[in-house]
Design a protein around this ligand. Structure first.
Ligand code: PHE
Length: 355
């Protein structure tokens, strides 16, 4: 038997064995490496008698191709096996029970801000925003608050620097200033957001929420203010009639100023808004003081209007029966699961409601 045939037979049976990739590669080197068996046969060509050389070369090439082909197929076979095994292991087990679907809740304050924004935007108010960190000018001076006003006292205001130039806004009223400085009248905006005062008990938190309202135009008077607030409160509490009273009050930035109370009663341990002979204060308001308009360069001979500031947290507590304000800010999941709203709950109370 010729050498070539011997090599061929030996290696064909070797390749057919159960091999891994390393073993196949070793065979490849044994045959085709620099000193491999096939390579050495090629080196012999020159020493072979010329009459036999042609046949020898042809046989050798044939065997070389055949073995190379077998090795390539073997490598492919091993790789396919490897991939199949991997796929087998990664198979999804559809018999596993599904994981529970956890859905977050909308915080009652966020829900109430959405409700308030919708009610006011339906009557032509746009929504503005301002920063929580304000300067002293926007929060006090521009709002006609004199230097000696008690609201500036350290006990009420969180100042952020020694010079008392930066502070955490104590109300949303500075958004009035920002809006009017940056625009031209008429103005008809609301501005919901966070506000801060140094205060903490069952009905006061150091951070709370307000919504500011501002309507400035050529003929706006106090009856517009009353009509607007009356409409808002009825829509918000989903009642057809509301008992509401304006109590004279004082704010440096409005004249005249008023606080608004709404009538309520307790029925079977539950609060009922709009009836009864108890009163609850929910907001401050008034006609914007001419000094404020002058500070923001609005022509007081042509324009006037009203502003109001409503405590959002208190409205949320009243509407959804929450009795401790501090729970709003404790982030207790059990509380949020109970009082929170599903994300897809559209506030429908003021849309398509029959009267
Ligand atoms: N800024 C006032 C407060 O925080 C409320 C208010 C706003 C009063 C606008 C009048 C006009 O108490």
């Amino acid at each position: 038997m010729s050498d070539i045939k011997k090599i061929k037979d030996e290696f064909i049976s070797k390749i057919k064995g159960n091999l891994n990739l390393d073993q196949v590669n070793k065979i490849k080197t044994d045959l085709f490496g620099k000193n491999g068996l096939i390579s050495s046969q090629f080196k012999r060509l020159g020493s072979i008698e010329s009459s036999e050389r042609k046949k020898f070369a042809s046989d050798l090439n044939f065997v070389k191709d055949e073995l190379q082909d077998l090795i390539n197929k073997k490598i492919q076979e091993i790789e396919t096996k490897k991939i199949n095994k991997k796929l087998e292991n990664e198979k999804v087990d559809i018999t596993l029970p599904e994981r529970p679907f956890v859905c977050g809740k909308i915080h009652p304050v966020s829900q109430v801000i959405d409700e308030i924004s919708s009610i006011f935007s339906e009557i032509g108010f746009s929504v503005e925003e301002g920063p929580d960190i304000e300067n002293e000018y926007n929060n006090f001076t521009a709002l006609n608050t004199p230097d000696n006003h008690p609201a500036r006292d350290m006990h009420d205001t969180f100042y952020l620097d020694q010079k008392k130039e930066l502070l955490l806004r104590t109300h949303t009223s500075p958004v009035q200033i920002r809006t009017m400085i940056n625009g031209k009248p008429p103005f008809k905006i609301i501005a919901p957001g966070r506000t801060y005062r140094s205060d903490s008990d069952q009905t006061h938190a150091p951070m709370f929420h307000q919504v500011e309202g501002l309507h400035i135009d050529q003929n706006i008077n106090m009856s517009h203010l009353k009509g607007c607030l009356n409409h808002f409160i009825k829509e918000f509490f989903e009642v057809d009639k509301i008992k509401m009273r304006f109590r004279p009050s004082h704010f440096p930035f409005t004249e005249p100023s008023a606080e608004v109370d709404i009538g309520y009663q307790i029925q079977n341990g539950k609060i009922k808004i709009g009836e009864g002979n108890k009163w609850l204060e929910i907001l401050g308001c008034g006609m914007v003081h001419p000094n404020v308009l002058k500070n923001v360069k609005v022509d007081t001979k042509k324009f006037q209007g009203y502003a109001f500031g409503i405590g959002i947290d208190r409205l949320a507590m009243l509407k959804y029966g929450i009795n401790d304000l501090r729970a709003f800010f404790e982030c207790d999941y059990r509380w949020l699961n109970n009082f929170g709203f599903d994300p897809l709950d559209v506030p429908t109370n003021y849309r398509g409601r029959s009267r």
